[in-house]
Design a protein around this ligand. Structure first.
Ligand code: KIV
Ligand code: ZN
Length: 513
């Protein structure tokens, strides 16, 4: 067993989490999530895969420059260009890690890589050694390890350690492992790869195809793993990854069993989960462990009675320990000072322009709704930073018709001080509003995803709308908050269209269409 009892939390929300279908985070969104992960005090943030796109490169380099605290990592294939791109993007980080991976299973080698075992071993040696020239901290992952012959997993990992890898991560890429089996594999890796070498950390990265990602990850601790990789809310490819917050709380709550320490500030879990959900547009399942809205709700009379007498009758965790209990509520009479005070308590800093825009929006919504909770305030702030003058701002929407008549939406926008109006009909109110907006932007946007999530309950509930649109090969996300679903939808669509318009301007040479 290892001498260290510290469990390293490696969060890959911004890399593997972002690979979930339909998620399109902008570099600004990624930086905001990375700051929140730093407040959560995870040990490592995998900020992206620098070589995969200019957007990812930009996000990794901004996070490396702007986010303090955790080690910042970038993923890289064994290709020299990937490793150089990761090193380049990570330059400004105080502490950086290059995470090199290559598939080792027969099916991946033969069908995807067309490489023999020897080719793979040589690629590992060369790439890990190259990464070590840029960083002292290098992680190696044999992709699809759980469907690789264990002897070849061991041989690959030994090669990586010989070339300088300091963390060996065993991915259950397709969520195939079963806890007892996984312990056997992880124990072999621990004994035969790490052995007595205290400089090497054994890690795991599990996918959730059989719903076992967290169970497998936790089982690895008993085999000696001292790093677990996960994503907030369990985001990720297909059924997702190990959920970071479930690992943190399992290890804290059952410290008696696992005997390892985590450095995370659990009181930041709730905010982190909500921020990730809001920016990705992925709702959180109501009964999701730790962060679901029912995770601390008691419905049956017997349970309610017990909890009123003593919370611990039916709760193994205190909701406050994950930052769940919030008393911040502002009303329509709250002024600038109260709004600023609430933001400060919520640890949100806004530049003057953004503060003014968020405050005006808050007043507008509070007038309609009366009271706005912490969650509503967060939604307003993330929906709306100030709109640059050359972007279009939605200032009004009116829909006539409905029921049996064809609805007609008229949208009013302001751009560069000019007021622009556009009307269109559609096969529903939201559809009509989108059609009117498409005409203003003249962008061939296809709506890929559209979600409405209630932020508060009741007939005058505030809702948050998330959209993802596709323009050519690129996707853009947008968010809108309102007490009115059509208006919230139009705001979200406008936000996404603005992003697309900025991008198109950046790639269209002057004078060209
Ligand atoms: O699931 C996986 O195998 C991965 C690796 C790149 C670590 O995400
Ligand atoms: Zn993965």
């Amino acid at each position: 067993m290892p001498t260290s009892d510290k469990l390293i939390i490696f969060d890959t929300t911004l890399r593997d989490g972002e690979q979930a279908p339909g998620i399109a985070l902008s570099p600004d969104d990624k930086v905001a999530i990375a700051h929140q992960l730093a407040r959560l005090k995870v040990d490592v943030i995998e900020a992206g895969f620098a070589a995969s796109s200019p957007g990812d490169h930009l996000a990794v380099s901004r996070i490396a420059r702007e986010v303090e605290g955790p080690v910042i990592a970038s993923l890289a294939r064994t290709h020299p260009d990937d490793i150089d791109a990761a090193a380049d993007a990570l330059q400004a980080a105080d502490r950086k890690r290059i995470h090199v991976f290559i598939s080792t299973s027969q099916i991946h080698r033969e069908e995807m890589l067309r490489m023999s075992e020897d080719d793979v071993l040589n690629a590992i040696t060369e790439s890990v050694a190259r990464a070590r020239r840029y960083a002292d901290d290098v992680e190696f992952s044999p992709q699809d390890a759980t469907r690789t012959h264990p002897d070849f997993v061991i041989e690959s990992c030994r090669r990586a350690v010989a070339a300088g890898a300091t963390t060996i991560n065993i991915p259950d890429t397709v969520g195939y492992a079963i806890p007892s089996d996984f312990v056997a594999l992880m124990s072999r890796v621990y004994d035969e790869v790490r052995g007595g070498n205290e400089d090497v950390i054994i890690s795991t990265h599990c996918h959730n195809d059989l719903g076992l990602a967290v169970a497998n990850s936790l089982s690895a601790i008993q085999a000696g793993a001292r790093q677990i990789e996960g994503a907030i809310n369990g985001l990720g490819e297909r059924a997702g990854n190990t959920s970071t917050e479930e690992i943190i709380m399992a290890v804290k709550t059952r410290q008696d069993y696992f005997g390892v320490e985590v450095g995370a500030d659990t009181t930041e879990i709730f905010d982190t989960s909500r921020l990730v959900s809001r920016l990705t547009g992925y709702p959180i399942q109501y009964n999701k462990a730790i962060v679901g809205r029912n995770a601390f709700a008691h419905e049956s009379g017997i349970h309610q009675h017990g909890v009123l007498r003593n919370r611990e009758t039916y709760e193994i965790m205190d909701p406050e320990s994950i930052g769940h209990a919030s008393a911040i509520v502002l009303g329509k009479h709250s002024g600038r000072a109260a709004f600023a005070d609430a933001l400060e308590k919520m640890d949100i800093q806004l530049e003057d322009d953004d503060f003014k825009t968020a405050f005006d929006r808050f007043k507008e919504l509070a007038d309609r709704k009366g009271e706005i909770s912490e969650e509503g305030i967060r939604a307003i702030v993330t929906e709306k930073t100030s709109v640059a003058p050359d972007l279009a701002e939605l200032v009004g929407i009116h829909v006539s018709g409905g029921n049996r008549e064809v609805p007609v939406a008229t949208v009013t926008l302001r751009r560069n001080g000019d007021i622009i109006e556009s009307s269109s009909d559609g096969d529903g109110m939201v559809n009509a509003a989108f059609a009117a907006l498409r005409e203003v932007f003249d962008v061939p946007a296809i709506l890929l995803d559209y979600r409405v999530s209630p932020l508060t309950s009741g007939a005058d509930a505030m809702a948050e709308v998330n959209v993802i649109i596709q323009v050519g090969p690129e996707t853009y996300s947008g968010r809108g908050v309102s007490t009115d679903v059509v208006e919230g939808s139009a705001r979200a669509f406008t936000a996404a269209l603005n992003k697309a318009a900025v991008d198109r301007r950046a790639v269209t040479p002057e004078g060209a269409e």
